[in-house]
Design a protein around this ligand. Structure first.
Ligand SMILES: Nc1ncnc2c1ncn2[C@@H]1O[C@H](COP(=O)(O)OP(=O)(O)OP(=O)(O)O)[C@@H](O)[C@H]1O
Ligand SMILES: [Mg+2]
Length: 340
């Protein structure tokens, strides 16, 4: 990365006007079929968004280099002032997860037809959704209105997807696709989903070719989908590189509520782990004293650049090692969880 700073003369980021603002330059102007951009460091100007952002500009003339170390220092100071505090980060993350909970509830009542949840691995996406689905199924069993839900993990073929949509096509059904990115990247699957999630009153889906498998199972080659769908994915829809894929996913995104959990930076992830630990739920079941819990988190924080992943899942892996090997858990962690 360069040490250069640029002032945007005229440009936008996510439709927000950033004209007059200065940023640290990452990469000079680039032109794409969709327009051009200059890549700069976020520097806290847009909390919750990636470290590096692309400012839409008309060309190299739309920004100027800011020279002199004084100006550069001013930029850094100004950006520091807008940086989120730890508390603000934790509040932002907590709010996002509360929204995840509320949106999942709304899907179980049919108020929300479709939602995409995006976030890095091991931060609690599946956990949050599954907990709410379980609660809803339990409650509805008691209330005599049985919610039917299924979590599909891994992959699905187009015909498998068609069958799953049929099986859960009733109003009180929720279908969760957890880490099923292959269906989001397959043309036939995506077209089925587009039909299932269309915003019109009737959401008709058809299977156009003759299929003995469907006939055998008594599945019609056309039906109306009235259920709700939740997608959980590590893909960041708005950062997909391939234009073809982007257009494709845009069509799906436009039919869904899109919830990005915004755990993009290392700091975000560490704070999320601290938060869940502080809530007292992360190390539940390990019988660890508080000092041991703190020790694990501190160890993770010290080695954050070496760990293969910074996640709740990693915290639990290390907790396993701490429990089984109280004397050499650090060595075991270094060997099995850290980059060589
Ligand atoms: N709020 C929470 N309280 C306690 N434990 C949690 C919480 N959220 C997640 N966990 C635990 O953290 C681990 C990772 O969570 P989860 O499997 O939900 O991650 P994920 O975001 O779905 O990851 P991936 O994208 O890899 O599927 C699990 O073991 C889960 O039980
Ligand atoms: Mg998951």
């Amino acid at each position: 990365m360069s040490n250069a700073f640029v002032r945007i003369k005229s440009g936008t980021y996510r439709n927000a006007d950033v004209s007059g603002k200065s940023f640290q330059l990452v990469e000079q102007y680039k032109r794409t079929p969709n327009g051009g951009f200059v890549t700069v460091k976020n520097g806290g100007a847009f909390p919750g968004l990636p470290e590096q952002i692309r400012i839409k500009v008309a060309g190299v003339a739309a920004y100027e280099f800011v020279t002199g170390s004084d100006t550069a220092q001013e930029v850094v100071a100004a950006q520091d002032a807008t940086l989120e505090t730890d508390e603000q980060v934790m509040t932002r993350i907590r709010e996002r997860f509360e929204i995840l909970t509320e949106m999942t509830q709304a899907a179980t009542t049919g108020d929300i037809r479709a939602m995409i949840v995006s976030g890095p691995p091991g931060v609690g996406k599946s956990y949050g959704v599954e907990l709410e689905i379980e609660k809803a199924t339990l409650f509805d069993q008691i209330a005599g209105r049985k919610l039917r839900a299924e979590v599909v993990k891994g992959s699905a073929t187009p015909i498998g997807l068609y069958q799953a949509l049929y099986k859960y096509s009733d109003e009180n059904c929720v279908l969760v696709f957890d880490d099923c990115d292959s269906i989001l990247l397959d043309d036939v699957c995506l077209n089925l989903l587009k039909g299932a999630l269309d915003s019109g009153k009737k959401r008709k889906i058809s299977w156009l070719s003759e299929s003995s498998a469907l006939r055998r199972e008594g599945i019609p080659d056309q039906f109306e989908f009235k259920g709700s769908v939740i997608f959980i994915t590590n893909l960041k829809f708005d950062q997909m590189k391939s234009q073809k894929l982007r257009d494709h996913l845009d069509a799906l995104q436009s039919r869904c509520h899109y919830l990005d959990l915004t755990l993009d930076t290392m700091r975000d992830k560490v704070l999320r782990i601290k938060q869940i630990a502080a809530d007292g739920v992360l190390f539940e079941g390990y019988d660890f004293e508080q000092v041991v819990q703190d020790e694990i988190i501190e160890f993770m924080n010290e080695n954050k650049m070496k760990l293969r992943e910074m996640s709740l899942r990693m915290a639990l892996k290390i907790a396993d090692l701490r429990k089984s090997f109280p004397l050499k858990w650090k060595l075991m962690t270094a060997t099995t969880c850290m980059k060589a």
